[in-house]
Design a protein around this ligand. Structure first.
Ligand SMILES: [Ca+2]
Ligand SMILES: [Ca+2]
Length: 363
């Protein structure tokens, strides 16, 4: 009888790296290579830990933004306008600003209502004017109120703004067009009829401050160098309006092609490169600086804070602060001051239906 040929057991497949079930490894047998592998692993771990620490330190240099704000990194930029019709925005000059946080949007009616609820603050437009400040005005005419844009019925010349601005008794931030108007359906619109003092009071309550004019312009440019608009060099982008300004023949005809005849809810248009909304149009925004038309010739390079006092040759006795960004009343035909290099100004005790503000905060 022939001897039975011993069968060869089919070998087990060798485990592969892709095996789903881990096979318990036997007690490791020291080899000549293993100490070096362990050293390499330890060194790699140390390197990774160092990298993680470095990254954490870098991140901690820009801590998380406070609610509703974005970080605007500091930097150097060219401030001002090349356009000859804006001599107060010349000469263009190089400016460096430090980084800061800025409110993403204009301060809204909802924000301002929260401030008034918490503090009982009464805006300047809600207070009766002091007869000492207006000796020529009969006392019975000294009533609280504010300036409301009131379009004329027919075409008018563009050289006299008093034609379309009217003092309305009882107009204030709660009643933007007068006592019969309301902000009930405009809580997400920018607050208006706030003067510079009102804006400063809000900022102090919020633990913030008003931006300097240089910070405001740097922020509005959104990281783009020397562009005409906050978003580039073209007014319309793919046929779309990029800001709430005016279309039609100012001041009589308002076609509202951009979707809004007056103020718009904040952030109705795309943000700029820093994530800031309405840095062009919607409402003018108060800055911290006094206004002088000749300041750019003497402005320091680093973090300019504005001149020590105000002077506007058009109204020499009226102290004015800078306003920036233009409003829903700006158009290509009249007041193109929604462009980032241009400037506005306003008496510190006077608001109107197209002036608001936003705040900044230091790290
Ligand atoms: Ca509009
Ligand atoms: Ca604005």
């Amino acid at each position: 009888m022939a001897a039975r040929k011993p069968s060869r057991k089919k070998p087990e497949p060798a485990p592969t790296k892709s095996a789903q079930t881990p096979v318990p490894s036997p007690t490791p047998v020291p080899t000549a290579r293993s100490p070096w592998r362990r050293i390499a692993i330890v060194l790699a771990a140390v390197a990774l830990a160092g990298l993680a620490l470095l990254t954490a330190r870098q991140m901690s240099s820009t801590p998380p933004s406070p609610p509703g704000m974005v970080w605007v990194p500091g930097g150097e930029f060219v401030m001002g306008s090349v356009e000859a019709e804006y001599p107060d925005a010349q000469p263009r000059h190089r400016v460096v600003v430090n980084g800061f946080w800025m409110d993403k949007t204009e301060v809204t009616n909802a924000h301002f209502a929260e401030f008034v609820r918490a503090t009982g603050y009464v805006t300047v437009a809600e207070r009766p004017p002091d007869p000492k400040d207006f000796p020529q005005v009969p006392p019975e005419k000294l009533v609280p109120g504010s300036l409301v844009f009131t379009p004329p019925k027919e075409d008018v010349g563009l050289d006299n703004p008093y034609v379309w601005w009217r003092f309305v008794p009882g107009a204030n931030w709660r009643h933007p067009e007068g006592p019969d108007s309301s902000i009930a359906d405009r809580m997400d619109h920018p607050v208006v009829h706030v003067c510079w003092h009102d804006a400063v009071a809000y900022a102090a309550w919020a633990g913030k401050r008003l931006p300097t004019e240089a910070e405001w312009e740097f922020a509005s440019r959104g990281g783009l160098a020397e562009k005409i608009y906050c978003w580039g060099d073209e007014l319309l982008v793919n046929g779309r309006w990029m800001a709430n300004i005016w279309q039609g023949r100012f001041p009589r005809e308002n076609t509202a092609e951009d979707g809004f005849r007056g103020t718009a809810p904040v952030a109705s248009f795309p943000p700029n490169g820093y994530g800031l909304y309405d840095m062009a149009g919607n409402v003018w925004e108060w800055c911290a600086d006094w206004y002088r038309p000749d300041y750019y010739a003497v402005s320091p390079r680093n973090n300019p804070q504005g001149p020590h006092s105000s002077f506007d040759p058009l109204e020499p006795g009226v102290p004015k602060k800078v306003q920036r960004g233009g409003s829903f009343l700006c158009s290509e035909l009249y007041c193109v001051r929604y462009k980032p290099g241009t400037r506005g100004k306003g008496a510190i005790d006077t608001g109107s239906s197209h002036v608001g503000f936003r705040c900044v905060k230091d790290p």
